[in-house]
Ligand binder design. Structure first.
Ligand code: GCU
Length: 427
């Protein structure tokens, strides 16, 4: 009986988390909206060719997102990547992998800021092919949570207090080692011929509202106020991913033309923006990215622009506040973010119980980006209606809504791996 009660309470707690009160979860109450046209230029001209898209419209949309949503990387940000291998093993994970921990100093060797990148590479494929494709992405709680291997260092940066992980006093510790293994599926990746390169997002910018005085923000403009269109944390994390890509280009074991970028939730918003800003990422994937990610803002289903700007004032640029309760005025919507990924393969994943992130709005973004893929002669989502639960669809824009909660799990990874193997022509 006690057990029943506990299960009941857990169900209530998780559904409360998935549906904070005071927001709309009723499809019939989604307002009528008109999306900005992805294939019409600011002067009102219809974009009919790839050349026009590449040479004109793509840049316009990118600038609109920088100015109004994520913010722009300040011009005076300078980084010089100085990689130092901190640890390496040729016998990782029972002998199937090479493990490498590389510290990327961004300014000066031995000094902050730096990004610690944990890399696993499949040994057999590396020997056979000389370089291997990888998945990359930022993690929420530290590289040591992605694996149980005790050699992986516990970071000493700011950590969110989290009783599930045993993190308190804003410090990570041994207790959370391996706690995100399910979320990363390293062994599945290796078995399928992929490596993984991941870093803790707090290395780039600690996730709290601190007026940008820490993380990589120390690299620049300490003397000047941020402007309304300057970067927020999402753009900063995305910038960090690009610095990781700079490093991949110099690591001969990594096939840097076959890097699939992935991220969950706020880090899914980040992977989409990083993929838009940096076309070196060959495949871009977002899991449950929701508001400010793949979900259309104008639907105002679940999380809204005002809510996200209020609860996380540091994520977007200040100008994004101008659209609190005024979603219909944003000069872009999130389907245009997916369009910026074209013609590269993109994957949008939703979870059935993650209504806060508006799964339907995430699907429609993909659907509305199809026209840009079509310009390139490619098919996007292929289907016009959101598919049933656990039925993946799509050609160049993959989509699924899986059963279960807000998270990245085995099912998600199975689809991403299948998608990447197909697009990377892996036999
Ligand atoms: C909150 C936030 C979401 C975000 C999520 C996460 O739920 O409202 O926008 O995606 O946190 O990153 O975990």
């Amino acid at each position: 009986m006690k057990k029943m009660l506990l299960i009941f309470m857990l169900v209530i707690v998780s559904s409360v988390q998935a549906q904070p009160p005071g927001f709309n979860y009723d499809e019939s109450k989604v307002p009528d909206y008109e999306l900005p046209q992805v294939l019409r230029s600011l002067e009102g001209k219809r974009i009919k060719t790839v050349e026009w898209w590449q040479g004109k419209r793509r840049g316009e949309i990118l600038e609109l997102f920088r100015e109004h949503v994520y913010g722009r990387v300040p011009l005076d940000v300078k980084a010089e990547i100085i990689p130092v291998i901190e640890e390496q093993s040729d016998e990782a994970l029972g002998g199937i992998a090479i493990r490498r921990q590389v510290r990327l100093y961004l300014q000066e060797k031995g000094k902050e800021p730096y990004i610690d990148v944990l890399i696993y590479l499949p040994k057999l494929q590396l020997k056979r092919d000389g370089a291997v494709p990888i998945f990359t992405g930022l993690n929420f709680s530290g590289n040591h949570t992605v694996t149980s291997e005790k050699e992986v260092a516990v970071h000493e940066k700011w950590a969110r207090n989290d009783s599930r992980l045993g993190h308190s006093n804003n410090q990570a510790n041994e207790g959370s080692r391996g706690k995100s293994v399910e979320r990363w599926q390293v062994k599945m990746l290796l078995k399928n011929g992929f490596g993984l390169a991941t870093a803790y997002y707090g290395d780039i910018d600690p996730d709290f509202d601190d007026e940008f005085n820490n993380g990589v923000h120390t690299l620049f403009n300490s003397s000047r106020q941020l402007n309304g269109g300057d970067w927020g944390s999402i753009a900063t994390w995305a910038w960090g991913l690009s610095r990781m890509m700079d490093y991949f280009e110099t690591d001969g074991d990594i096939d840097h033309q076959r890097v699939a970028l992935t991220g969950l939730s706020r880090l899914g918003k980040t992977s989409l923006w990083a993929g838009a800003e940096d076309q070196r990422f060959a495949i871009v994937i977002s899991t449950d990215s929701g508001c400010g990610g793949a979900a259309l803002s104008r639907r105002m289903f679940g999380e809204t622009v005002k809510r996200i700007n209020t609860a996380f004032p540091h994520w977007f640029c200040d100008n994004f506040n101008n659209y609190n309760d005024q979603e219909e005025r944003i000069p872009v919507d999130q389907h245009m973010l997916i369009a910026l990924l074209a013609p590269r393969p993109a994957y949008i994943a939703s979870a059935e119980k993650d209504v806060w992130a508006d799964p339907k709005g995430e699907f429609i973004s993909g659907l509305e980006a199809n026209s840009v893929y079509k310009l390139f002669g490619k098919q996007g989502t292929v289907v016009k209606h959101q598919p049933a639960v656990n039925v993946p669809v799509g050609d160049y824009i993959g989509y699924h809504i899986r059963s279960g909660d807000h998270d990245a799990n085995e099912f998600d990874w199975q689809q991403y791996i299948k998608f990447a193997r197909r697009h990377f022509n892996m036999k």
